[in-house]
Write a protein that binds this ligand. Structure first.
Ligand code: NAD
Length: 378
């Protein structure tokens, strides 16, 4: 009889086989869903920069279904600091070179890649090959081919894959998705979305280096505008036309500064998005046949804020988005609940990113998109 390890368990679920059939009689048997939820999945963060330090690691202190089990860092000094702060054992501490040995570590179930964008594909694929479930930060990669390679590696390894789209777990996002599907304000006719900030930092930062970032504002913040446009309208766009604006070429030498784009949607709705590293923007507004709804701020760590044309304020108690996001993924692995930010969603957004860059290169020419329902999660 095969003895099922923690890793087999995750992979087996990843292949969609009922865990209760395979694991009956073991301590991980989840004939009842509650049993599976008793288990907390171990997450290893890869890259201990600002997002891991100030958002993900603190959020992992609040998660119910996963916990911070390991770290992967290229900076030796960070190892001791993190080990002491979060009680991480030496054997769960890796660097970029010995990272692949994580395959032998059964206390790590999920690898969360939080590196500069151009490193996402390499580490996500290595994590999948090590038999670990993968969370890959946004943007999923720097081009569509890399997104496909990540999805393929996870499929082949039978592991689950999610993109670090924290907004997909946010209650405000879920509420506006509900307005769209239930047509609370009628049909959406126009959606407008902005996501940007004014970058004044170190000109040598990786976000301004195309080789490491894959692009500027569009890669970094534009994926939020794309996401918001889609859930603010309820479907993928059927075309996009885009323009780029540069006012500080001395600072933005290598990457895009401000981009605007217009979408057409299959149901006749149209949309406009703006993303920038030189203008603040953090908003979604959907104008519908019988009113409107708005989130402003729409993409920040929260609290998010929203209003509707019937005078209501959209309001939920503040919850940490990153904790909700990582718990959603853990529940997806443990319980088979929906993956709210699957790899297909990250790939779809990268198809749109590439179409936007192509439109700009062709002087704003409309690019047709044939996305169907790719990446749409209700
Ligand atoms: P950061 O610059 O603060 O950290 C990057 C980490 O990567 C550092 O630990 C650095 O040492 C390491 N690194 C390894 N090789 C590197 C190299 N060649 N150049 C630069 N750094 C290198 O960046 P961050 O803000 O933590 O962003 C990391 C990832 O997380 C990015 O993909 C970003 O888009 C994403 N992110 C997502 C959110 C979100 O809300 N989902 C927020 C912030 C960042």
């Amino acid at each position: 009889m095969k003895i099922f390890t923690r890793r087999d368990f995750g992979i087996t679920l990843g292949k969609g086989i009922a865990a209760s059939t395979l694991l009956g009689g073991t301590s991980l048997a989840c004939g009842q869903n509650t049993k599976a939820l008793d288990k907390k999945l171990g997450i290893a963060l890869v890259g201990l920069g600002s997002y891991s330090t100030y958002q993900l690691a603190p959020s992992l202190q609040d998660t119910e279904h996963c916990y911070l089990a390991g770290i992967v860092t290229g900076t030796r000094e960070k190892e001791k600091i993190w080990q002491e702060k979060y009680g991480i054992p030496e054997e769960n501490t890796y660097n970029y070179e010995n990272f692949d040995n994580i395959a032998n570590n059964e206390t790590i179930d999920i690898v969360y890649v939080v590196l500069p964008n151009s490193m996402h594909a390499d580490f996500s694929i290595r994590a999948a090959k090590a038999g670990k479930h993968v969370i890959c930060e946004k943007p999923m990669a720097i081009n569509v081919a890399e997104c496909e390679a990540i999805i393929d590696a996870c499929d082949k390894a039978g592991v689950k894959l999610s993109v670090g789209y924290r907004m997909q777990s946010d209650p405000y996002t879920k509420e506006v998705k509900k307005y769209v599907t239930e047509k609370t304000f009628g049909d959406v006719h126009f959606v407008s979305s902005d996501a940007g900030y004014i970058s004044n930092g170190n000109p040598d930062q990786w976000r301004l280096n195309k080789e490491l970032s894959g692009g500027g504002a569009l890669m970094n913040m534009g994926v939020y505008s794309i996401q918001t446009s889609i859930y603010g309208c309820g479907s993928n766009p059927s075309s996009v036309s885009a323009q780029e604006f540069s006012t500080r070429p001395d600072y933005f030498k290598d990457t895009d500064e401000t981009i605007t784009a217009q979408f057409e949607f299959p149901n006749g709705a149209v949309g406009h998005m703006m993303t920038s590293h030189n203008a603040n923007g953090n908003r979604l507004k959907s104008h519908c046949s019988k009113g409107w709804f708005e989130l402003d701020p729409a993409h920040s760590y929260g609290p998010i804020s929203g209003r509707t044309s019937n005078g209501n304020v959209i309001s939920f108690p503040h919850q940490t988005q990153q904790a909700l996001q990582m718990d959603d993924f853990a529940k997806h692995i443990l319980m088979g609940t929906p993956n709210v930010a699957p790899g297909e969603m990250g790939k779809r957004d990268m198809i749109i990113v590439e179409a936007i860059y192509k439109s700009i290169a062709q002087g704003g020419k409309k690019q047709l998109l044939n996305l169907g329902n790719m990446g749409i999660v209700s």
